[in-house]
Design a protein around this ligand. Structure first.
Ligand code: F6R
Length: 605
């Protein structure tokens, strides 16, 4: 999704901005631009395409400016083009502005400005802001912003340069993340922490409605009415190297390989002395009240939720349902304290998941958040939060966050069952020891990546694939097909294995390889019948099975998962699918870290 950077300090701003934009590339974008105050003017350059193309033009301009803003755009209003790229300028070029988010009432605002004679150059919603700054023009830019932002409906993170005050950048946010990195005689602005981490670990994380003035010598934060706010400095506890590729060819590969340690780290943090301790303040009575659990997430997080549905029902005996954030936020669900809503979000910034969280909170449900980003909006707005501790996930396609979310759901299930005494001590301990064994088994799969690579080598040229599975193998199939679509652009569909014959079997031919997931020994014979059904349609089958599941005759290839009790197979079953997508995408020459059209953190509805 769009990214913002800004700089005020002693270095040349253009270099810092370009560097920051490169760090934000992983979020997904289609164009980039910067604006720098230089020699009493605002220099602005913006282009459709990659930051590398912008860099050549900016470097040729040899700007001697020390204050500036930059942006990577992911198109919403108006196609990717030079003119629709940010920054946007007002007519007199006094203001330059970058914006993330969506201004929902922009059409009415634009009509009013057009009626007053303002001329628009782009098709974007964001450009209205640049003209509104000029139209409002109060005594100070702070006052102007207070007035302009009060008229905006929707979401925004903005950064503004003013030619009349070239030493200063103003920023503001509502429902779109923005951090200010605090340096020594220099300060930085970014949409997320990795973009400024090489300069400082001290940050201000702006809250909704806050406005800030950023200068080389200091930062002042104001509330939405323009009153100064006392802001706490947030210290980042990880360093820039964790956001680097660390010797791997791509972030996605590195992140797949980080999974065993990410899982271990979480187990060490939340499972001490054979007891699961989560940072929750619920009383036992409050936990006993829970009669229904709803897990909410988007994309990959929603598939982790669907795996969690089985895990939590099995461990706690409480009914569980799963909803995607974009739907749940508009449902008129009847909620009270007997409902526990678990919000899963790697970034903690996904607009639909946050809206669902706020809606459920307002309706009186209990809430737990699971996020990978400490300091994210989700982690700040909820009292009960599990941090997945997987370290920064940079590749757009989520891998380590998915397996960490599943682990978090096991932990929540065991925590609930133990706190309400609905599980025997021996069962509880047996489950904990199962969890402790998972990281090593993931390592074992990773050591055998060559087997998966050779399957990808055989199948990468097909244009359609199916994934089938039963029970929790089905959400793993969904996640496998999701990964393949995202990074290799192969059309892939996942089905509950028994459902295929109710329609989609019509599409199965020798040209549609079928990946058959069979990690659950208890229903292996049912899955075997479904495999026979696709075999009878001449499909080429790849069987991903547990040791306890017998081989299926006629499968072209198979991958054997390490032996594991049924309920604990999902984390193991997804890893070969992640590697399969990765190698398939590589064979097809795709950019695995930055797939087309996609963004890492989806901060718009
Ligand atoms: C897929 C992927 C997305 C995200 C989704 C939710 O690989 O990464 O489907 O899972 O956009 O993002 P978070 O978890 O940040 O809320």
């Amino acid at each position: 999704m769009c990214g913002i950077v800004g700089y005020a300090g002693h270095r040349r701003a253009d270099g810092v901005l370009l560097q920051g934009l490169k760090k934000l590339e992983y979020r997904g974008y289609d164009s980039a631009g910067i604006a720098v105050c230089s020699a009493g003017e605002i220099f602005c350059e913006k282009k459709k395409g990659r930051v590398g193309e912008l860099q050549a033009i900016v470097e040729a301009a040899a700007l001697d400016g020390h204050v500036g803003i930059g942006h990577t755009r992911w198109a919403t209003h108006g196609a990717p083009s030079d003119v629709n790229s940010h920054p946007h300028l007002n007519g007199s070029r006094r203001f330059a502005l970058v914006h993330n988010g969506i201004i929902e009432n922009y059409a009415a605002l634009k009509d009013a400005l057009l009626a007053k004679g303002y001329r628009f150059r782009s098709e974007t919603d964001s450009e209205v802001l640049a003209h509104m700054l000029e139209a409002c023009d109060c005594e100070s830019l702070l006052e102007t912003l207070v007035q302009v932002l009060a008229k905006i409906q929707g979401s925004y993170a903005i950064a503004v340069l003013d030619r009349e005050h070239p030493e200063e950048i103003f920023v503001a946010r509502k429902s779109s993340p923005l951090v200010i990195g605090l340096g020594d005689g220099e300060n930085f602005i970014a949409s997320d922490i990795p973009a400024v981490l090489e300069y400082t670990k001290n940050m201000y994380i702006l809250e909704d409605g806050e406005i800030a003035s950023v200068q080389a010598q200091g930062v002042t934060v104001y509330d939405a009415k323009g009153q100064t706010v006392d802001k706490k400095v947030y210290q980042v506890h990880w360093d820039a190297t964790q956001a680097d590729k660390g010797g791997f060819a791509d972030y996605m590969r590195k992140e797949i390989y980080e999974q065993p340690n990410a899982l271990r780290k979480m187990l060490d943090a939340y499972c001490k002395d054979d007891k699961i301790t989560l940072p929750f303040q619920f009383t036992r009575k409050a936990l006993q009240e829970i009669k229904q659990i709803t897990i909410v997430g988007c994309g990959t997080a929603s598939y982790a939720g669907r795996v969690g549905e089985y895990i939590l029902e099995e461990i706690t005996g409480i009914p569980v349902k799963v909803e995607v954030g974009s739907e749940y936020r508009y449902k008129r669900s009847i909620l009270d304290a007997s409902n526990l809503i678990i919000i899963l979000s790697q970034s903690g910034e996904t607009a639909d998941s946050l809206a669902s969280m706020r809606e459920a909170k307002a309706r009186g449900a209990k809430l737990i958040g699971v996020t990978n980003v400490i300091g994210s909006t989700l982690s700040r707005e909820l009292e009960h939060v599990i941090h997945t501790m997987a370290g920064p996930e940079i590749a757009v396609a989520s891998t380590k966050a998915f397996t960490s979310q599943i682990l978090a759901l096991y932990l929540i299930g065991l925590f609930l069952a133990e706190s309400t005494k609905t599980i025997s001590e021996s069962q509880y301990q047996a489950y904990i020891s199962k969890l402790r064994g998972i990281p090593e088994k993931v390592e074992e799969i990773l050591r055998r990546e060559r087997e998966i690579q050779s399957i990808a080598e055989e199948f990468y040229a097909y244009e359609d694939m199916f994934f089938i599975g039963r029970l929790w193998d089905y959400p793993i199939a969904l996640e496998g097909s999701h990964k393949l679509k995202e990074i290799s652009y192969i059309h892939a569909e996942a089905y509950e294995a028994g459902e295929l014959k109710h329609g989609a079997l019509a599409l199965v031919t020798s040209e549609t390889p079928v990946i058959c997931l069979s990690s659950i020994a208890a229903i292996a014979d049912k899955m075997a019948s479904n495999i026979m059904e696709v075999k009878a349609r001449n499909a080429q089958m790849i069987h991903v099975r547990s040791e306890a599941v017998p081989p299926a005759p006629g499968c072209k290839r198979e991958f054997l998962l390490p032996q594991e009790e049924d309920l604990f197979t999902p984390i193991l079953a997804v890893v070969p699918l992640q590697l399969f997508s990765y190698f398939t995408a590589k064979y097809r020459g795709c950019d695995v870290d930055k797939p087309r059209n996609l963004a890492k953190s989806v901060t718009v509805e």
